[in-house]
Every structure is written in structure tokens, then in C-alpha cells.
Design a protein around this ligand. Structure first.
Ligand code: ARG
Length: 564
């Protein structure tokens, strides 16, 4: 609608681009001031007239043009208030939802976007921080897919580095096959911590660990077998979490995959005169850009995190021909990505501006930083299981006769965690409190799920509704229904804005607003007690609302139970 209106006004004010007009149009806080309003103050300078006169002129132009979707216009305090022809508007909005034409898949033009997300470190527990990258990345995948992009979902596992030399040595010294098999990642973590403690008194252990890592880099069979097995053990936990979250990947090529591709990067950097020696290590100097140097190889020649990322970028470009490659990690890696992207730019690749870091803030629980020592839950798996348990209890009290309680509790518990993670702006630090996350009121996942289930139950109880557009929508003219229609109309805009700003929170906020509008409608507009014609129109609106609600939640990676 904003587009239609700006087009119309641009016909009159041809000096001003349509997009500028669109960006000026506001939605008045109160519908007595119109459905849309154009503040004419910014136009005053261009036309050398006062805003009220400009508004009057545009009003005259619109009124004389007899536009079918505009009911009336009013001038007030330098604003042009526009009232749309409600019947016309409602039909267009509902038609687009029924026919699923509200979001165009042609936006992505089949371009490829790689998303590097989740990417946990082998032999370490999956932390709640990794939960955030996992759900943000998964939601971005769904959003871009919806818009018609080809998305490659990459899990860049942290499966290479000196720490594995330490781990192999620690395993040989202080653990056993049985223990690792029984305790999984916890045992690997135990011996890793033990290694650091022991190495304090016995620095020779560090030397030995380094030589194990060198063996790995040189392809030593024994070292690689142990490492591979550590990876297997870790993947059991990771896969379990992905299964709970319903998250999948196209590729698990982690850091180890790029280890033997670093020498080609070194060659290319040398050839392009970008490499410098510094205390035996090789670096790219970034003084000119006010950044610390980017480390390429260590003094023993081994590869390192940044150089493996450089190799990964070149590999991904060659393999997937991406237009964008996104990296979803904590804010603390900001410098790392700035350095690596800069090096790609210095290598002369003009597509380096398609490399984008998508940072996010920290998670705390009830105001406390997460730490195992303080007894706060740090591990994603524990958190998810606890959420399911608590959802089970809530359902037991609210609706003890519900069918499929277990399945519903899973959707509600997991959905609550994902929603909470995505509702907050990415970059903000978030605090986690169980009461807030699992509440059925407020800005929570369960609130939206519950609203969706309510809409579904209305449709079930009224089997005479037809999801057809061949009905009279005029009963939806009154304010509460019309506000809901307007909210539905905002959905495509929210999806586009979320995609442009890499910000799933925009969709999470949108869907809360939608659920609120729906509940207002539900309380004000009776369905069962209204006459047939009104009932049909209202049911059609319920149908549209539940459809958008479900889809918006799917874009966040959250499932909605049909009953709750
Ligand atoms: N494994 C890293 C971590 O846990 C994240 C990797 C992000 N991706 C990348 N290509 N560097 O912090």
C-alpha cells in the first residue's frame, strides 16, 4: 500500500523520487488520523511553500484523480492524512495471503548466499553462545530461502589447531578408551583442563603436545586416528542438539578441511608481495588500516585460525560462487573477521565486500555471567532439556487432557528458547530468566504458539468456513478487524527488512505484534454469535492470520503445535 501511495504522490511531486516519498510516509498512532500520513515539512524546502499548502495541493490532486483504493484525504498540521478504501485494501491483502503472492521469490534471483554458523569446537561442550549462532544462522537461512536465494549452510567446525596436540597427549597420559566412550565430551574437557594444570609445573608437556599437533599436520596415522575419534565423540552431542533444534547443514567442512589449502594461500600472498616475516612467523601487515597484523603461519610453519579462514573463503568462492558469505559469531571475533576480509581485499578480490560478519552479544542467566562454577547452566543440551521439562509441567497444569503432550512440550520448550534468543536485537547482550522465557504472556514464543493454537481451534470449531476469496469482506471494515488486516500487510516488509539487516529479531517482534492484534480481534469480534455473512468474513481473517503467524514462526525456526 505504501508503494501504491508513494507512486501516486510521486506523480504529483515528480521532482522527488518515489522511494524518498515512501520513506517519509508514516503510520499514524491513531486511526482517526488516517491509515497513512505524509508529513509535508521536508517538502517545504523544495517547493518554497509552507507544509500545509503543500498538503492541500496534494490533497486536491489525489481527490480529483478518483483513486479506487483511497477513501478520503485530510490535511492536519502540515500532514496529509490518507484514509484507504478499506474494502479494496482488505481484499488485496487477503488475496495476496491466500494466493501466497505476498513475498516474491524472485528477489533472490537464485543468487547464492553462504552462511557460516554454529561452528562449535570439537572436544568442547556446545555452549549457549553457540546456541545463539545456531538459531540466528538457521533463521537467516530460512529467510533467504523464502526470498528465493540459494543458501549453503556451512558448519565450520573448530576441528584443527594446537589444542588437539594437547588433547592427544593428555588422552595418552591420563585417560582411556573406555572413559572417553562412557563420558564423551566431558572426559575430553576434563583431560584438557588437567593438561593445562600439569603443564604449569612441567612446561616440557607443551613441547610434546606441539609435536603431536605437528604430527597431525604431517598426516601421521596414529595422531589422525585419535583426532578423528574425538571428532566422532563430539559429533554425537552436537547432532543431538541439532536434532532437538531442527537445524541442518549442507556441509560440515571445518577447519581441518582447509589445513592443506593454506600453502596455496601462502604462495599467492608471497606472489602478491603481501607477506612479511615477523619473529619467524609469517604475517600480513595491516598498519595502514589501523589493525594488528593478520597471522598466516606460525614459526614452525603450521597453519592457524585466520589462514584457514582465508583458505576457506577462496574455496567457497570457487565452489559456490556466492554473492555473499555471512559469518555468524560472537562480537569478540570482530577483529579477526575485519583482518581476514581486509587481506582478501588486498589480494585484489573485488568481491570481498560480499564477506559479512554478523556478530551477536553475550548471554547471561539472571544477571550473572555464565559459568559452570557458579552452577549456572552453560551447556546448550542441558538448557534445552530443562526447557522441555518445564514446558511439560506448564502444559500439565494448563491443559492436562491434551493429546500428544510430549511432542507439544518439545515444541513449546525448544520454541521458547529459540524465540527468546531471536527476539532480542542480535548485538544486544541478553539475560535469561526461566520465568520470562517460558511465560505464556508477554513477548515470548509460547504466547505466539498459544495464539496460533487458538486460531486453529476457531477454524476447527467452524467447519463451515471457506478459505475462498469469493466472499463479502465488508464486515471487516470496523476498526479491530481492519487493524489486524493492516498488521498482516506489514509481514512482507518485515521479512525484507530482516533480510537486509541480517536481523531475525524484526520478524520475532513482528509476530508478537501480529499475535497481539489477533487477540484484540478475538476478544472484540465474536465469531460464533455473529450472523453468517460476518462469520465467514471473520473466519477468513482468522485463516489468514494463522497462516502468516505460522510462517513467520517457521522463518525463526520454530514449530507451532496445532493444539496447546
Ligand atoms: N569455532 C569458532 C568458535 O567456536 C567459530 C568459527 C566461525 N567460523 C569461521 N569461519 N571462523 O568460536
Amino acid at each position: 500500500m505504501i508503494k501504491e501511495i508513494s507512486k501516486l504522490i510521486a506523480n504529483y511531486a515528480s521532482e522527488i523520487p518515489e522511494e524518498t516519498i515512501a520513506s517519509l510516509i508514516e503510520i499514524p498512532p491513531n486511526s482517526t488520523m488516517g491509515d497513512y500520513a505524509l508529513p509535508c515539512f521536508p517538502l517545504a524546502k523544495i517547493y518554497h511553500k509552507n507544509p500545509t499548502n503543500i498538503a492541500e495541493d496534494i490533497k486536491q490532486y489525489i481527490d480529483s484523480a478518483n483513486i479506487p483504493f483511497i477513501d478520503k484525504t485530510e490535511v492536519f498540521n502540515g500532514y496529509l492524512n490518507i484514509f484507504v478504501q478499506r474494502n479494496y485494501y482488505i481484499k488485496i491483502v487477503l488475496e495476496q495471503i491466500m494466493n501466497e503472492t505476498y513475498i516474491s521469490r524472485s528477489i533472490g534471483r537464485n543468487q547464492t548466499i553462504c552462511i557460516d554458523y554454529s561452528s562449535p569446537n570439537i572436544a568442547k561442550n556446545f555452549h549457549v553462545g553457540h546456541l545463539r549462532t545456531t538459531v540466528i544462522g538457521n533463521s537467516l537461512y530460512k529467510i533467504y530461502e523464502k526470498l528465493g536465494y540459494k543458501v549453503v549452510r556451512i558448519n565450520h567446525l573448530g576441528d584443527w589447531g594446537t589444542q588437539f596436540g594437547k588433547l592427544i597427549l593428555a588422552y595418552k597420559n591420563w585417560s582411556s578408551r573406555e572413559k572417553v566412550e562412557k563420558e564423551g565430551i566431558n572426559e575430553l574437557l576434563r583431560i584438557y583442563i588437567l593438561f593445562h594444570k600439569e603443564a604449569k609445573d612441567n612446561p616440557k608437556l607443551n613441547e610434546e603436545a606441539r609435536s603431536w599437533f605437528l604430527k597431525m599436520e604431517q598426516g601421521d596415522e596414529e595422531a589422525l586416528n585419535i583426532w578423528d575419534w574425538f571428532k566422532e565423540i563430539s559429533m554425537i552431542q552436537f547432532n543431538h542438539i541439532y536434532q532437538l533444534l531442527g537445524v541442518e547443514f549442507d556441509s560440515f567442512t571445518g577447519e581441518s578441511f582447509y589445513m592443506d589449502k593454506v600453502s596455496a594461500v601462502v604462495k599467492e600472498l608471497t606472489h602478491k608481495n603481501l607477506l612479511e616475516e615477523s619473529q619467524g612467523a609469517k604475517i600480513v601487515n595491516l598498519d595502514k588500516y589501523n589493525m594488528a597484523p593478520c597471522l598466516i603461519t606460525k614459526s614452525d610453519g603450521s597453519s592457524i585460525y585466520p589462514s584457514r579462514d582465508l583458505a576457506a573463503i577462496l574455496y567457497r568462492k570457487k565452489t559456490f560462487h556466492f554473492t555473499k558469505c555471512l559469518y555468524v559469531t560472537g562480537l569478540e571475533q570482530k577483529l579477526h573477521f575485519a583482518q581476514v576480509f581486509k587481506v582478501i581485499d588486498m589480494m585484489g578480490y573485488d568481491w570481498s565486500n560480499g564477506l559479512i560478519h554478523i556478530p551477536y552479544g553475550l548471554v547471561s542467566i539472571s544477571g550473572e555471567k555464565l559459568s559452570t562454577r557458579s552452577g549456572n547452566i552453560v551447556y546448550a543440551e542441558e538448557l534445552l532439556k530443562e526447557a522441555i521439562l518445564r514446558a511439560e509441567k506448564a502444559i500439565e497444569t494448563r491443559n492436562p487432557n491434551l493429546q500428544n503432550k510430549e511432542k507439544t512440550a518439545k515444541m513449546v520448550g525448544i520454541g521458547a528458547i529459540i524465540f527468546h534468543d531471536l527476539f532480542h536485537q542480535r548485538i544486544k547482550n541478553i539475560d535469561f530468566s526461566w520465568d520470562e522465557v517460558l511465560s505464556f504472556e508477554g513477548s515470548t514464543g509460547p504466547y505466539v504458539q498459544y495464539t496460533y493454537a487458538r486460531a486453529k481451534s476457531i477454524l476447527r470449531k467452524n467447519p463451515d468456513y471457506v478459505s475462498s476469496l469469493d466472499i463479502d469482506f465488508s464486515p471487516l471494515n470496523e476498526d479491530t478487524s481492519f487493524q489486524l488486516v493492516k498488521k498482516l500487510n506489514d509481514y512482507p516488509k518485515a521479512v525484507l527488512y530482516a533480510a537486509d539487516s541480517y536481523e531475525p529479531s524484526i520478524i520475532a517482534r513482528y509476530v508478537i505484534g501480529l499475535a497481539q492484534e489477533f487477540n484484540k480481534f478475538y476478544h472484540n469480534c465474536s465469531i460464533i454469535n455473529s450472523e453468517y455473512k460476518i462469520r465467514l468474513a471473520r473466519l477468513c481473517l482468522v485463516f489468514a492470520a494463522q497462516k502468516v503467524m505460522k510462517e513467520a514462526m517457521e522463518l525463526l525456526g520454530i514449530q507451532c503445535p496445532e493444539e496447546m
